[in-house]
Design a protein around this ligand. Structure first.
Ligand SMILES: Nc1ncnc2c1ncn2[C@@H]1O[C@H](COP(=O)(O)OP(=O)(O)O)[C@@H](O)[C@H]1O
Ligand SMILES: [Mg+2]
Length: 166
């Protein structure tokens, strides 16, 4: 499903991350943080790194091939089944695209201009309403262990889950 992003960008960032691993020949995860020209490294979680493309789209690349849990394949399946459903009040479904590059799933996602729920909590904002919405998203879309690093609040005050691999 390709709502946003492009196969060229997906292949570019996939190869960038993979080339680094091959180059270093390391068996374990070493997250590359330097970005190709026009790209920006955003952040990395336990499983993937997130990159902002020159066209303003976020791409997620699994850290390593032998990972025991393909986070992006799970995320792609979850997003595809959620896209045609109505989200709970105060929540919206992030725009996304799924790409297959050399046998790996690359998820593209709209860049959400907002704050992570955990950052709001750290800034002592009352995040109770956002956690309540996260629980509703978990129930509706059968997500597990949705936490404040995986959901953002956008400029309109909507909760947007940005990691569907959970
Ligand atoms: N669509 C997005 N918009 C803005 N920032 C994002 C987006 N997707 C990911 N990020 C940033 O990248 C981080 C890691 O992405 P995430 O999908 O949670 O990876 P992981 O599966 O490794 O946990 C997030 O915590 C967030 O800071
Ligand atoms: Mg995450």
């Amino acid at each position: 499903m390709r709502i946003i992003g492009s196969i060229d960008e997906a292949a570019k960032i996939h190869d960038w991350v993979r080339y680094c691993e091959v180059l270093r020949g390391l068996p374990r995860v070493v997250v590359r943080k330097d970005a190709p020209r026009g790209w920006k490294y955003l952040s990395s979680g336990s499983y993937r790194s997130a990159w902002l493309s020159p066209s303003g789209v976020v791409y997620k690349v699994n850290h390593r091939r032998e990972t025991y849990w393909d986070q992006s394949a799970t995320e792609a399946a979850n997003l595809r089944s959620a896209w045609f459903q109505k989200p709970p009040a105060g929540c919206r479904i992030v725009k996304f695209g799924t790409y297959s590059v050399k046998g790996e799933v690359i998820v593209a996602m709209e860049y959400v201009d907002g704050e992570l729920v955990c950052a709001l909590w750290e800034a002592q904002v009352n995040t109770d309403p956002y956690y309540a919405r996260m629980r509703r998203m978990e129930d509706l879309f059968k997500l597990s262990d949705l936490h404040g690093d995986n959901a953002m609040v956008d400029g309109n005050g909507n909760l947007v889950v940005i990691d569907w691999g959970c």
